[in-house]
Design a protein around this ligand. Structure first.
Ligand SMILES: Cc1cc2nc3c(=O)[nH]c(=O)nc-3n(C[C@H](O)[C@H](O)[C@H](O)COP(=O)(O)O)c2cc1C
Length: 363
C-alpha cells in the first residue's frame, strides 16, 4: 500500500522550499522503490517548521517532521521516514504539539488537513453540510438564522451580518451579486490568504449560501494580485465545485443558480475599501468616491458610521475591467463578504454585506 505523505502548498511553505522538498521526496521514494501518495495541503500555521512533512503511519496517524529541506530528505528516508521512524526532525502528531494542542480550530479546522481543491476531501470533513441545509430553507429563514446567530462582520465595525443579508434580500432587483472582499490589505495579516489557500471551498460554500439567501446568482471574489497561490487554489476549487454541481445554473439540483468568478486586483491598499473595491471590480478609476453616510442596513440598527471619506485617485485601482460592466453596474444590491469565517448557523463563513446606492457616489 502506498505511504501517504502531506506537504503544504501554502505560499509561506513554498517560499521556504516545500516544492523542492516534495520533488526530493518523490525522487527518494522512486529510488527506494516505495510507493507514496503525496497530498499538497494548506499550512498548519507553524511557519517556523515549514517545510513540514507529515507521514501517515500504519495506524493512520499523521507523524510530522520539520523543517525538512530538500537536503534533509535522503538522510530522513534512510532513517525510515516512510515508516514514521525516529529522527531528530521527528515532531510527532501535530495535534499533540503544545502550540497546537491549546487551540480550538473552527475556521481553520480543515486547513493543513485536507486537499484544498478536492470536493471529496471537503465533503469527508463536513463540507457542504451547511449548503445542503440552506437549500431546504427559504432565503428569509436563512437570513433569520444568521441574524439569530449574532454573527458580525470582520471588516472593523463588527456590523451584524444578518442585517446586511436582510437588506439585500429585501431589495427587488433583477440581478444581485455577492462580492467577497479578499483584498486583505493590512500588512502582515494573512488569515484570509491562508484560508483561501488551505480551504477555498469553505469560502465558496459560504458565498453560495449567501447568494441563495439573498437572491444573488453571481458572485465575485476580489483578490489582491500579491496572492497568486490563493488565486491558483481558488481557481482550482471553483472549477472542482462547478464540475460537481455545487456551482452553476442548478446548484445541487435545487433549481437555484449561483456561480463565481475570481477577479484579481492590482494591489493598491485603497482597493480593500469597499466602494473603491467595487469601482476597481467594475473597471473604472476610483477617483473621488464618497462613501454613503449610512446604508439602509445601518438605519435598521441606528446610524452606522460609514466614513464619508473621499478616496484619492489611483491608477492602480483601475484594474480588472469586467466583461459585462454594463450589466454589473445595473446592480442596486451588493453583498459584501470577506474570506471565510465560521458561523454555527448555516455555514462556516461570515458574509460581509453592505448596500451602496450609486446615487451616493460622488462623481
Ligand atoms: C483604506 C481601507 C482599506 C480596507 N481594506 C480592507 C481589506 O483589505 N479587507 C477587508 O475585508 N476590508 C477592508 N476594509 C473595510 C471594507 O471597506 C469593508 O468595511 C469591509 O470589507 C466590510 O466587511 P464586514 O462587513 O465584514 O465588516 C478597508 C477599509 C478601508 C477604509
Amino acid at each position: 500500500m502506498a505511504v501517504r505523505i502531506y506537504i503544504s502548498r501554502d505560499a509561506a511553505a513554498q517560499a521556504l522550499g516545500a516544492d523542492e522538498t516534495t520533488a526530493a521526496l518523490q525522487v527518494a521514494a522512486a529510488a527506494k522503490g516505495t510507493s507514496i501518495t503525496l497530498t499538497r495541503v494548506g499550512s498548519r500555521g507553524m511557519v517556523w517548521l515549514e517545510p513540514l512533512v507529515e507521514v501517515e503511519d500504519t495506524s493512520g496517524q499523521r507523524i510530522a517532521y520539520g523543517p525538512v529541506t530538500a537536503d534533509d530528505v535522503s538522510g530522513l528516508v534512510q532513517a525510515g521516514l516512510f515508516d514514521a521512524a525516529p529522527h531528530p526532525l521527528r515532531l510527532g502528531r501535530v495535534e499533540d504539539m503544545p502550540w497546537f494542542a491549546q487551540q480550538e480550530r473552527l475556521t481553520f479546522a480543515r486547513v493543513g488537513v485536507i486537499d484544498p481543491v478536492s470536493v471529496d476531501d471537503y465533503l469527508a470533513h463536513g463540507g457542504y453540510a451547511g449548503l445542503q441545509r440552506a437549500l431546504g430553507m427559504t432565503g428569509a429563514e436563512i437570513v433569520h438564522e444568521v441574524l439569530e446567530s449574532g454573527l458580525r462582520g470582520r471588516g472593523g465595525a463588527a456590523f451584524p451580518t444578518g442585517i446586511k443579508w436582510r437588506t439585500v434580500l429585501e431589495q427587488h432587483s433583477p440581478q444581485k451579486y455577492v462580492v467577497c472582499n479578499a483584498d486583505e490589505g493590512d500588512s502582515g495579516t494573512f488569515s484570509d490568504r491562508m484560508l483561501m489557500e488551505g480551504d477555498p471551498l469553505c469560502l465558496i460554500e459560504g458565498m453560495t449560501i449567501a447568494g441563495i439567501a439573498v437572491g444573488a446568482t453571481q458572485g465575485y471574489i476580489y483578490l489582491r494580485c500579491e496572492y497568486p497561490h490563493a488565486g491558483h487554489a481558488l481557481r482550482e476549487a471553483i472549477a472542482a465545485a462547478r464540475a460537481r454541481g455545487y456551482l452553476g445554473t442548478d446548484v445541487c439540483g435545487s433549481g437555484q443558480a449561483f456561480d463565481l468568478e475570481l477577479r484579481m486586483g492590482a494591489g493598491a491598499y485603497i482597493c480593500g475599501e469597499e466602494t473603491a473595491l467595487l469601482e476597481s471590480l467594475e473597471g473604472t478609476p476610483i477617483s473621488a468616491v464618497k462613501k454613503p453616510r449610512c446604508s439602509k442596513a445601518s438605519r435598521a440598527s441606528g446610524p452606522r458610521c460609514v466614513t464619508a471619506r473621499p478616496c484619492q485617485q489611483s491608477r492602480d485601482c483601475s484594474v480588472s475591467r469586467p466583461s459585462s460592466t454594463t450589466s454589473f453596474r445595473s446592480a442596486r444590491c451588493r453583498s459584501f463578504s470577506s474570506a471565510a469565517r465560521r458561523t454555527t448557523a448555516t455555514s462556516e463563513w461570515v458574509a460581509r454585506a453592505a448596500r451602496f446606492p450609486s446615487s451616493s457616489r460622488a462623481t
